[in-house]
Design a binder for this molecule. Structure first.
Ligand code: BGC
Length: 908
């Protein structure tokens, strides 16, 4: 078969499309093949890279010509050409050869561009607003105004290229010649600013012009100096915000110049009277500086900016490794109700993180319009805000009222977690189209979808997706609404695999792992939250362990050994630190407040059972990580440690009948998942687990930690129908129960609201926490059956192994893997199981078809370009017919043997 017409596509560097401003000198390059060429198997590739697009087009690869390189990998191939300097760009393209040594067309071109790599590249100074900040106390809170900065400059001749590199100790927004620069929100994002600062790069070539220009910036307190976290404390990283901007301009005549922050910049207060993530924002439109971001503006009343004498590189100063927070979607309100007191309640229809854009039609100067936010309503239809704790989450707009036109207000540096908005003080009648909800999140490309024949399950999948979207905001936060919103590590580790099916989170977690390793104590302890703030001290079991579990999961899902290498010493120090404090292998010390199986339902898993299980799990993951990295001696060392902790676990907590101390579902689930039990006790432990579920009338009791492994463990232990029952339950406690009560995101607690008690204690009751949504992993891996193991990390080789259940009717799942789109679609009709799958180009799969016995399975390909040899029957084993498959589209059919009834099969 010929490859003519087919060319590699979706070119990425370091997991991202055309990244601007990176610091990695040998970025790793990836591509895939178009889905309509499924049978392509790459045998060699060639990459060309050049300094200009034109050079590449005429085949002059002045940076790199890899030549024809034999190899079947199309993912994370390290660039090995000439080193690029600061600000330089490489254009690249790739072509491949297939098994018959036919070469493909060249791909489209893509690029990456370096940031500023050396301290000497920076001439910009940190500047701040020289202002007494004490005057800004409101309602007992300190809420300083957000300063505006500006600088004019002239450009003498035509511009070839211009870049802005910018950062803040705080959050910033840039303007150039009356236009906003870029669309990053809350830049530079959240890090522990005392240890690492990020900057962003913007291509502003098109915004500059010959003649006079003006650059401006607005600066907010952000995570750096504003109210953050569950202690509702300000100034967690520094006293007041500062900004740094450097514009490097290259003219057509070859000359260059730099505009950068220094005392030549002018500063003033403006309409943004304050803007705080937890408190909200107040904007007085009467104070707007018309034309402040344009040249020839009269800024004589503005002050000179003040200089901060710390160099940019006082701590590592790095380009942001992932995409910024952005407004990614607009939602039109579903409903609007006018209440007797003249306020309006607007229903967005979906619990989200973000803000509102409001149009004000009319109104006198000085009129005050206020927006308040809530996730749920009280029975009288008013907002329920008790659960926001001290986050007042209120945006206030003071009308300009010059009658010129409608006024549009959209906050700058705050965000809220909400479904409902209360609007008060609106002049005239508020209409539904006067508002729009702007959804904010760290931009990550959607990669996974599942649809089933069950509407409740579809809503659950949507809730899981929205829970992720509302909480992946610069860091993986626990919740977006109350005075917390921190990078809780237990939540992140239990959800990371689900997250990586839903969206491409490789770059997002790469960035967060810098936060985690920055937060490690000198003794080796990982904390509970990253970026570190306030809550230091040892990480609890299942929280601190995110430092090992997250890199491992990112490796599994994306085949990225880089993250393992970078974090290896940190992970090793963590395990050593815990073991040193717990020489008998039972994790009791160095666990700070051991949260155990947080928010379980009447089932207390003993903290040391959970801790010891996680310690063993760390050791077993470390053994695998060491072997992936070729550190064989370390791998044996960690295997021995695993055996040691595992024996301690069994000795201390497991009896001869497979009962585990605490006898909770989570105790059994973690012991089974983490392989802590001797072979003969595994079935017994599984039965104890199932019996506990039975005693609870078919319900779960797990909290944050146990829930992620619950359905996978049941399925692997031979009880998929029990897992399905938990999935399909609509009585308390279950996912379905929250959905029956209107949930559009995952709740923090099973009993966030119950028929018998109403709202849970408002001191801890978020309706948008993703952790209990970790059942998403099971839906992808076991219901749709799209799974990967260590050997195929990154889905170069993967498994298709569904556990169908007719109660779901059908499943249609797609997952955009690093090698292309994998599909699994099954349905059960008239006692027959029908299954269509897609194995993308340049991958292989082991396909497990549920089978009632010899001769049951009918298999075939769809004939669309699939090589006949691509599907091979391997064997039959315990209810499966197993096939080896190359790229292609296949159909299978077998007898559906039916899900066993839970209560019938579990006698003990
Ligand atoms: C957070 C959680 C976190 C937990 C620690 C809560 O306040 O919201 O998500 O993991 O504390 O147990």
């Amino acid at each position: 078969m010929t490859l003519s017409g087919a060319a590699p596509t979706r070119l990425r560097a370091e997991h991202r499309t055309n990244p601007l401003g990176i610091a990695i000198t040998a970025p790793r390059l990836s591509w895939i093949f178009p889905q309509d060429s499924p049978s392509i198997r790459q045998t060699a590739f060639q990459i060309m890279a050049a300094r200009t697009e034109a050079a590449l087009a005429v085949g002059v690869p002045d940076l790199w010509d890899s030549g024809k390189v034999t190899g079947d990998s199309s993912h994370l191939i390290a660039y090995a050409g000439q080193l690029l300097g600061s600000g330089e760009r490489a254009w690249w393209r790739v072509r491949i050869w297939d098994e018959s040594d036919t070469v493909s067309d060249w791909s489209e071109v893509a690029f990456w561009e370096m940031g500023l790599l050396h301290g000497r590249d920076w001439s910009a100074k940190w500047i701040y607003f020289p202002q007494e900040r004490l005057a800004s106390v409101r309602d007992g809170k300190i809420l300083p105004p957000c300063p505006y900065f500006r600088r004019e400059f002239a450009v003498a001749s035509p511009i070839r290229r211009a870049r802005i590199y910018a950062s803040a100790r705080g959050v910033y927004r840039l303007h150039l010649n009356g236009q906003r620069v870029g669309d990053a929100e809350l830049a530079p994002g959240w890090t522990d600013y005392r240890r690492r600062m990020q900057y962003q790069t913007y291509d502003v070539t098109e915004l500059l012009r010959v003649g006079n220009n003006a650059v401006g910036a607005i600066l907010g307190d952000g995570w750096y100096a504003g109210y953050v976290g569950c202690r509702f404390r300000r100034q967690n990283y520094g006293e007041y915000p500062e900004i740094l901007v450097q514009m490097n301009v290259e003219l057509e005549d070859g000359s260059t110049f730099v505009i950068h922050t220094d005392t030549d910049w002018k500063a003033a207060e403006g309409p943004l009277e304050y803007s705080d993530m937890l408190v909200g924002e107040r904007y007085d439109a009467r104070k707007e500086h018309d034309g402040w971001d344009m040249p020839d503006y009269d800024d004589t009343t503005w002050k000179g900016a003040a200089l901060e004498y710390t160099p940019p590189h006082a701590v590592p100063f790095v380009p942001q490794p992932d995409a910024p927070v952005r407004v990614v979607q607009d939602l039109v309100p579903h409903g609007l109700t006018r209440r007797d007191d003249g306020t309006y309640i607007v229903d967005i229809g979906q619990n989200v993180a973000g803000r509102i854009r409001l149009r004000i039609r009319g109104g006198v100067a000085g009129a005050v319009v206020q927006l308040r936010f809530a996730e749920v309503l009280q029975t009288d239809g008013s907002l329920y805000t008790d659960n926001l704790r001290r986050a007042t989450a209120t945006d206030t707009y003071v009308v300009r009222g010059d009658g010129a036109s409608d006024e549009i207000y959209e906050p700058y540096f705050t965000f809220h977690g909400f479904r409902y908005v209360e609007v008060s003080g609106y002049p005239g009648d508020l209409r539904r189209d006067d508002l729009i909800a702007r959804v904010m999140e760290s931009e990550t490309e959607p990669t996974g979808t599942i649809e089933t024949g069950n509407p409740m399950v579809n809503q659950l999948i949507s809730n899981i997706q929205w829970g992720q979207r509302g909480n992946f905001l610069s860091v993986p936060t626990d919740c977006p609404q109350r005075d917390e919103r921190m990078g809780w590590m237990g939540d992140a580790q239990v959800f990371v695999r689900t997250a990586a099916y839903n969206r491409n989170v490789a770059a997002f977690f790469t960035k967060w792992m810098y936060d985690v390793t920055d937060a490690q104590s000198p003794q080796g302890s990982f904390p509970n939250v990253a970026p570190l703030m306030a809550l230091d001290g040892d990480g609890a079991p299942a929280w601190g362990d995110a430092g090992v579990i997250v890199p491992w999961t990112i490796y599994l899902m994306y085949g990225d050994t880089g993250i393992l290498e970078r974090c290896y010493e940190n992970m090793a120090r963590w395990v050593a630190y815990i073991l040193e404090g717990n020489p008998d292998g039972i994790w009791r010390e160095r666990s700070s407040y051991n949260f155990s199986d947080w928010l379980s339902i009447d089932a207390e898993t003993p903290p040391d059972v959970l801790g010891t299980a996680y310690l063993a799990y760390d050791c077993s993951l470390m053994a695998r990580i060491a072997s992936v990295l070729g550190r064989d001696a370390d791998a044996s060392h960690y295997r021995r440690l695993f055996d040691f902790v595992r024996s301690a676990f069994c000795r201390e907590f497991v009896d001869s009948e497979g009962r585990i101390a605490g006898r909770t579902q989570t105790a059994y689930v973690i012991a089974l998942h983490m392989d802590l039990l001797p072979e003969d006790l595994r079935p017994l432990a599984a039965l104890h687990l199932v019996n506990d579920i039975r005693q609870r009338d078919g319900h779960l009791s797990t909290g944050f930690i146990g829930v992620g492994y619950l359905c996978p463990v049941l399925t692997r232990a031979g009880y998929p129908e029990v897992a399905y029952q938990l999935l399909l339950n609509e009585t308390f406690p279950s996912w379905g129960y929250s959905i029956a009560h209107g949930a559009t995101t995952i709740w923090e607690r099973w009993d966030g609201w119950t028929d018998h008690k109403g709202f849970q204690d408002p001191t801890m009751n978020s309706f948008n926490h993703y952790s209990l949504g970790s059942v998403g992993e099971w839906l992808y891996r076991y219901v749709a059956g799209i799974d990967v193991e260590q050997e195929g990390a990154g889905f170069k080789h993967f498994l298709l192994r569904p556990y169908p259940d007719e109660r779901l009717g059908f499943v249609r799942a797609r997952f955009e893997s690093p090698f292309g789109c994998i599909a699994s679609e099954w349905r059960i009709e008239g006692g027959t199981f029908y299954w269509n799958v897609v194995v993308p180009p340049n991958t292989t799969a082991t396909i497990y078809v549920p089978s009632a016995g010899a001769g049951d399975v009918v298999a075939g390909d769809e004939g669309k370009g699939t090589a006949a040899s691509a599907l091979r029957r391997l064997r039959q084993e315990d209810g499966w017919d197993v096939f080896a498959a190359g790229a292609g589209r296949y159909k299978f059919q077998s007898h559906y043997t039916g899900a066993r009834e839970l209560l019938e099969t579990t006698s003990c």
